[in-house]
Design a protein around this ligand. Sequence first.
Ligand SMILES: *Cc1c(COP(=O)(O)O)cnc(C)c1O
Length: 346
Amino acid sequence: MNAPHRLALDGTALRANWQALARVSGAACGAAVKADGYGLGAHAVVVRLLAAGCRDFFVSSWNEARALADIDLASAGATLSVLHGVRDEDMAAARELTARPVLNTPAQVKRWRDAGGRPCDVMVDTGMNRLGIAAADIAAGLLDGLAIDTLMSHLACADEASAMNERQRDHFAALSGRTCAKRMSLANSAGITLGADYHFDLTRPGLALYGGLPVAALGEAIRPVVRIEAEVLQRRTVAMGESVGYNATWIAPAETEVAIVNLGYADGYWRGFSDTGTAFAADVALPVIGRVSMDLVALDVSRADVAEGDWIAFDPDLPRAAVASGMSQYELITGLGHRFDRIWRD
Ligand SMILES: *Cc1c(COP(=O)(O)O)cnc(C)c1O
């Protein structure tokens, strides 16, 4: 049975976004597919990006790596890296799977060395003070003899004009030749727009692949990939002065045609869209009215011909939806729930 709500996913746009980012990168271009491919479904995303030419994939945990284990990355010369490295309880999975850990701490380095030291990646902290080993530890020989594929670092402020970007880039560039890493990688989606001296050997976009725009500069090149669609469960006429929804926050200024739609905050259509979200019937904008409920949302359909059982498309423009909801584009897509049917076109 089909769910009463679905994600319409555009594989052509996903591939085109990756190709556009790869072109701007000038270097190899990977893909962050953590958080289940930012909510779209990591398996489907990896299959499509592999076909488009992507060879470097990144997840957070070994559970996420295991969920992709049936995709034959090796024969395409592609690899998967696990950004959070290895804990003791990950070692069985790390031995069994072909993915590489991204080592973040001296304890992780020791754990991997003691286990035989297969190829790995290493995260170095260049000022974000989130994950990564210190440059001083590298200078002191912590990584000597490790089989490092990619040395990486992560930018804290890539989506804004901040002096920190140059500082981090310079710290990172100074590590060139100081380890036996085959490649260096710094830029996420926003970092790609900072210029060629941020690209190094490999870029690691996530958000922009999925249609997010961390910076306006990417706007021309990036297309939406995911659109929420949901079915009208009931249509009603609300008289002037009556209210709609929880806490009666919306009062009809005039007689209003209202559609109650099968979508709510349990699906990741957050309460922040109350009175601010937008759906569309053909080209007519249908404003969300009143509070978003757990499983339902009300739309003003006075200007459109909408009936019970019709499917309604919600605004797929992530920057606009972020402004409307007061949430980040990252939260909006990674929060897309498990109840949706995920329907890929291409
Ligand atoms: C998530 C992540 C990325 C991708 O970042 P976007 O901002 O989504 O492009 C790149 N590198 C690391 C280490 C990450 O954790």
